[in-house]
Write a protein that binds this ligand. Sequence first.
Ligand code: DHB
Ligand code: FE
Length: 285
Amino acid sequence: MARIVGGVGTSHVPAVGAAIDNGRQGEAYWAPYFAKTEPARAWMAETKPDVCLVVYNDHADAFSLEIIPTFALGVAPRFPPADEGYGPRRVPVAEGHPELAWHLAERLILDDEFDLTIVNDMPIDHGCTVPLSVTCGQPEAWPFRVIPLCVNVIQYPPPTGRRCLALGRAIRRAVESWPGDERVVVFGTGGMSHQLQGERAGLVNLPFDTAFMDALVADPDAQAQVPHATYLREAGSEGIELVMWLIMRGALGDAVTERYRLNHVPTSNTSNGLIILESGPPADR
Ligand code: DHB
Ligand code: FE
């Protein structure tokens, strides 16, 4: 049986990807953030997952705004980095895991009745590639296979927190019903508080972000009840990306152990947060 061994919640700020691609990690603005994320790279190098399921939102790069699937699962053999206007990032093409991805599609659609969109061909934008860079640095090839899962948080109405948590729990069952022995890490990306446009552009709400992480760990069912309007009011218009962290949390099972967390401001416009969780209480692992 395949197993979900850990989860990473992290912001996916494109400027972080640009800083890495352009070798600016040592500059005064960036050095503190890259120092704080070093333990995440150490954890990933030690955990050595076979597969990462990356939950993120496409920012109108793969799908434009003509088609907006609520949940879209990538079943392709490989996923190239998207051209977001400055050419594709110079990062490896992500190797997919079509067999496991199709198994997830079958189990999620047939057993749990999540009406996923199946995507055979898709470039991955900063929502997916920046979390990979933050946790792996700049390898020649990503050290695991990648299954991307896109969630609509771009156009109203996004899925509820409850739906996201339930999808995560269904993903756990689906992974555990796969006969392979893959060790899987699930990413929930986006957030934390940020607003990119309008009068409140630049909004940061660290107390909200901390309370979100606390509830994510200790009481995800309570966090899943929080309505979209609360995210918009407290965490800004793009703070709604945080509902994707609930998919990651659901996939870890009831008990989790928190390994690491950080918050860092400033990185571009976003309150940049990262949390690492492992499945089960300490005694179980
Ligand atoms: C920023 C953050 C995002 O999540 C995003 O998708 C684009 C930009 C930012 O902080 O600049
Ligand atoms: Fe984003």
